[in-house]
Design a protein around this ligand. Sequence first.
Ligand SMILES: Cc1cc2nc3c(=O)[nH]c(=O)nc-3n(C[C@H](O)[C@H](O)[C@H](O)COP(=O)(O)O)c2cc1C
Length: 316
Amino acid sequence: MKIDLTTKIGNLTFTNPVTVASGTFGTKDEYASFVNYNKLGAVITKTITRLPREGNPMPRICETPSGMLNAIGLQNKGLEDFIENKIPFFRKLKTNLIVNIAGDSVEDYVYLAERLQKENGVKALELNISCPNVKKGLSFCANPELAYELVKAVRDVTALPIFTKLSPEGFDLLRVADACIRAGTNALSLMNTIRGMAVDIETRKPKLARIFGGLSGPAIRPVALRYLYEVKQRFHIPVLSMGGITNAADALEFLITGADLIAVGTANFINPRATMDVLDGIKSYMKEKRIQKIDDLRGTLKPEAGRDGRNCIPAG
Ligand SMILES: Cc1cc2nc3c(=O)[nH]c(=O)nc-3n(C[C@H](O)[C@H](O)[C@H](O)COP(=O)(O)O)c2cc1C
């Protein structure tokens, strides 16, 4: 049986719904010895900022139960380096290049969007308005009015599809999602990391120089799934889901709940071929269930849990 994984978001076609989470797959060909990039539905870059950034002081990552904390702080070589040295690599590929951008102000995002849309090969933008590891990182995502203003300003200067990336960091994600949709985002990326901390009991110091870091990995998967579910219940908007996806079964949970695309993040550090395993596993599952098109699987979540006696813990 020939499996059809074609996924559409607006005018953009993806050969399959598997992509990578920003910041976990480099900015160019770092994973090329493990992964055939042309087999991915899209590649999403590490956040690019207008000017180069050194990131936060070390230590800035540590392992935690079922996940990790990171406080990288958007380290990158800046827009000009990206345009000159990174984009040409993607022009030769068939996969979609989605460039993740961030700034300190609306003007920064607008500048980045205007420059990038002129670059052949850039297929969409992902607005990172939810980085917990930089000074003003959460300010747009914390406030529906600011989120609206930002997305609207970018919308006004570009015809490129816009993915807006949110986190549930203590704010009402659904209200912010609503503002972004009204402002014209084409899709939502759910979700960014959640702030946490860890302590070294020998030194009695926080394990991260910046004390807090963003929690990612399987530990946050149920939260990401919950937000996907809530957003899909409330809005008619494509969603790129990420949060602890490590294998095909994880990805299928999101697809069945309605995700249009899924991204593998932290799992790339443990298994650099995780994306390929996820892709193969989705195909095997569909063959086994005799589902030919991904559109016939997506969003087929049944309304009640536990009817067949599985995963059903009696209340009380
Ligand atoms: C080391 C690391 C660096 C990250 N850098 C970025 C980044 O630059 N921009 C961004 O939008 N998200 C960044 N993220 C967040 C991921 O893209 C993703 O939203 C989050 O990790 C949840 O997915 P996961 O649990 O599969 O890793 C980073 C995550 C990690 C672990």
